[in-house]
Design a protein around this ligand. Sequence first.
Ligand SMILES: Nc1ncnc2c1ncn2[C@@H]1O[C@H](COP(=O)(O)OP(=O)(O)OP(=O)(O)O)[C@@H](O)[C@H]1O
Ligand SMILES: [Mg+2]
Length: 596
Amino acid sequence: MNKIRLLSDLLINQIAAGEVVQRPASVVKELLDNAIDAESKNIKIVIKDAGKQLIQVIDDGIGMGAVDARICFEKHATSKIAHTDDLFKIQTMGFRGEAMASIAAVAQVEMETRLHEAATGIYISIEGSKIKKEETIATAPGTKISVKNLFYNIPARRNFLKSNPVEFKHILEEVHHAALARTAIGWKLYHNDVEIYKLAPEKLSHRIVHLFGESYKKQLIPCKETTNIVTIEGYIGKPEYTKKTRGEQFLFVNQRFIKSPFLNHAIKNAYDRLLPADGFPFYTIYLTIDPQWIDINVHPTKTEIKFQDEKALYAILQATIKKSLATHHVVDSLDFEQDTNFSLLRFTHPIQINSPQAAKERTYTQFKAAPSLPSFVPPKDGKSLFEDPKDNSATPISAQTVGALPHQHGAGTAVQLYASYIIVQVQSGALLIDQQAAHERVLYDKFITHFQNKNGASQQLLMPEHLVVNPVDYMVLLENEAILRSLGFIIDPFGTSTIIIHGCPAELSHHTPKQLLEGLIEQLKWNNSKHKLEPAECCIRALAKKASIPHGTKLNGVEIDALLAQLFSSSNTMYTPDGRKICIMLSKDSLATLLT
Ligand SMILES: Nc1ncnc2c1ncn2[C@@H]1O[C@H](COP(=O)(O)OP(=O)(O)OP(=O)(O)O)[C@@H](O)[C@H]1O
Ligand SMILES: [Mg+2]
């Protein structure tokens, strides 16, 4: 008996959809690509329920006649290429002729379309690759496509979708790519009937500011270069505005957003020592290359490109960025020592670490280690003079083991070095402590307790503050709102990009609430991309890091004593939650060795 059979069209399309349509954002991308290819001047995007209920794209492009409208849902149906040679002359976003067929296989799709010169348009509804209804209608020129109930017929895929804030964040990223690639197009975006963006055709610098916020006005450096291989233009961010996450880095080739770790490396390298090790600069760079030198048919999502002479491109791109950085004299104005992310949170007032009261001290021993802490193996360096205390993972240094509670070592025996480190004499030697790492551990333990008990104390603001963030950051905050509340934040989302801050965790009253929340968002994104942590763990780590006293902060004797007391009562005196070293022990013996 024969075992081999030809697959049905629906199944073929569903298999193709597996590659093209992974989530609502992929549908948005494909529909926007089509609207762009249709030479639209204005594109409106309407989203409901993060695209799970509805993704609608309305364009004023060329539209389709009745036959094209029907055939566009067939697999391998495209108006954009005809011959093999065309693959190397691609000027359009689409060319594979599979997006509409894939979408129609996994959603309920309705389309209204009309050619400009036609008196009437056509309406088609299609479900599971089958046309359900088709009629002539009165409609505006252009095309309106509504994709409803994505993956309605593949429950496993639908269940796989993430929360609405996460899915909408992906949609926003696709809208950012399209709106940056095509600044001559007017864009509107609505989510659940709320207007997110209304962008008129505008120049690139204005588009960047409208998408990402006013603060970008100060940080853009233009770059431009023309060679016989490539034309480069766009904006890069000043090094002092680098972020901890890759988020806002956009590279376009022939107006198509692409991902290229290789070219990204060229850009990052051009910044050389201007960036902190974990810093990502902003950039929106457009390369224009003769299509015959590139191959975009590498991956179904068309976000990867093969270049014929990648190395030359790398060199030209790097030189262009270097030139822009040099021309704009950022090198001279830079403080190489400064950690740009932490600088956001320099204290406006001296740090106040409340000296523990005798009655309260007992509670310090109640801090529990976070259950989800990843195990961290400290680096071994047996020859080092400064040694980790023996068996530190099993028995971290405590007040008892070193005899270093404030009343035991006496106020003033600890000394601060460079406003960043504390050296304190203990029974078996001297401890050298990184003040920021120590404070981060102390705060982390506090926040864990607050979170577990849901009792984070808040400091109410006299006047609520308004923080305006870009929609992606807004989504990050919404995703974590419940956790932030349990830690003591009193915040209200307002509109599409404003957070009203009524109160902050009491421990952090020395920070300005806006700076704290902004820094927190950045840290959250970084933690998420780097460590893939549980949301609560991610928030608590981020908050502890952002709120910890930075290097360069002078502490008085009482503050030092308070910090030490809290550190020695913490769940882990040796390492920060993300595994950085807090202190090292200089034993009496090694001191003697040093001096003989
Ligand atoms: N908004 C639109 N306006 C006008 N024509 C459209 C629109 N959307 C789709 N079409 C037509 O339908 C055809 C099929 O679209 P589809 O997205 O499936 O394929 P493609 O864009 O050619 O290639 P790809 O699969 O790479 O996107 C397009 O080639 C185009 O002719
Ligand atoms: Mg397409």
